[in-house]
Ligand binder design. Structure first.
Ligand code: COA
Length: 170
């Protein structure tokens, strides 16, 4: 099975909606992806293609971290989704690794994710809690994670993380 990881194109949009609807079993994440694209709030969006099928999609959007005085840019990972029949075959991991590898060249060195603490540490994520980085929404500390793409990327950044307002609708 050859999996191609490549940037999304306009021709993929219908398939991407389908991937999120099937993976999450609801419309919320597909709607979020559509809104972020319409508002140019996407830093990077990749699809996983297997033959003619779009089997997975990942989106990275801009977030800010603010301590009230200074605002720093960072990247939010997600949503990421793989069609149920294609899960557990490494596609999600390939999308995440490919995205993280591309972000430094786009000028980003810090990535935030709200996700399962058993899954994301394998990609270099760890809880934000020891670094004084929190989300405005109350979530389990171990599920809110960060990854430095270059050593020392945090450089004392701390405070609240702000996502695009569309995330509040999910
Ligand atoms: C999460 C998701 C993208 C992973 O894609 P995938 O192609 O199945 O992932 P991979 O094959 O690369 O990795 C599978 C691993 O992820 C783990 N995993 C998958 N979903 C998980 C979840 N929700 N929580 C914890 N671990 C999960 C599996 O247990 C497996 O772990 P193992 O390697 O230790 O056995 C996919 O399962 C999916 O689309 N889920 C529904 C949507 C979702 O929850 N997205 C993430 C939140 S934004």
């Amino acid at each position: 099975m050859d999996i191609i990881i490549r940037p999304e194109t306009a021709a993929d949009i219908t398939a991407i909606v389908h991937v999120h609807q099937r993976a999450f079993g609801r419309d919320n994440e597909a709607r979020l992806v559509t809104t972020l694209r319409a508002e140019n709030a996407i830093i990077l969006a990749l699809v996983a293609q297997v033959a003619e099928t779009i089997a997975g999609h990942i989106l990275f959007s801009p977030v800010t971290i603010s301590d009230g005085a200074t605002v720093w840019p960072a990247v939010g990972l997600g949503p990421v989704a793989v069609l149920p029949e294609w899960q557990q075959q490494g596609i999600g991991s390939s999308l995440i690794r490919a995205g993280l590898a591309k972000l430094p060249a786009l000028g980003y060195d810090l990535v935030i994710v709200l996700g399962h603490p058993d899954y994301y540490p394998r990609f270099g994520f760890r809880s934000t809690q020891p670094y004084g980085i929190r989300w405005e929404v109350d979530v389990p500390a171990e599920a809110f994670m960060l990854a430095e793409l270059t050593p020392g990327a945090l450089r004392g950044r701390r405070g609240l993380v702000y996502y695009h307002p569309a995330f509040a609708e999910v």
